[in-house]
Design a protein around this ligand. Structure first.
Ligand SMILES: [Zn+2]
Length: 99
């Protein structure tokens, strides 16, 4: 028992940041989800049902995503300002003069 499932192939989608386009599973991308009710929200658990979009925990990526409306394009629904505000605390500015 417990062998690999056959017949049902589920392709794993790479998690790609909507801001910079990088696939970075290691950095732990933030997940934004469009729930079954069509509402978009930050998903801290990463397990909420619905279509997900991912973004780096980085202020630059958040800015780019917003500028290009990338979240809305990925999720195919309008993304309210509040969602970006929600993500902001998780996307700190990077300081260039980091040691
Ligand atoms: Zn990014």
């Amino acid at each position: 028992m417990g062998g690999p499932e056959k017949g049902l192939t589920r392709r794993k989608r790479p998690r790609t940041c909507v801001g910079c386009g990088a696939e970075s599973p290691k950095r732990g991308l933030l997940r934004v989800v469009r729930g079954p009710d069509g509402k978009v929200a930050y998903d801290p658990t990463g397990k909420a049902p619905g279509r997900g979009a991912y973004i780096c925990p980085d202020a630059e990526c958040l800015r780019r995503a917003k500028k290009r409306n990338a979240l809305a394009r990925t999720l195919k629904v309008p993304v309210p300002e509040s969602v970006y505000e929600e993500l902001k605390p998780f996307c700190p500015e990077k300081t260039e003069d980091d040691p």
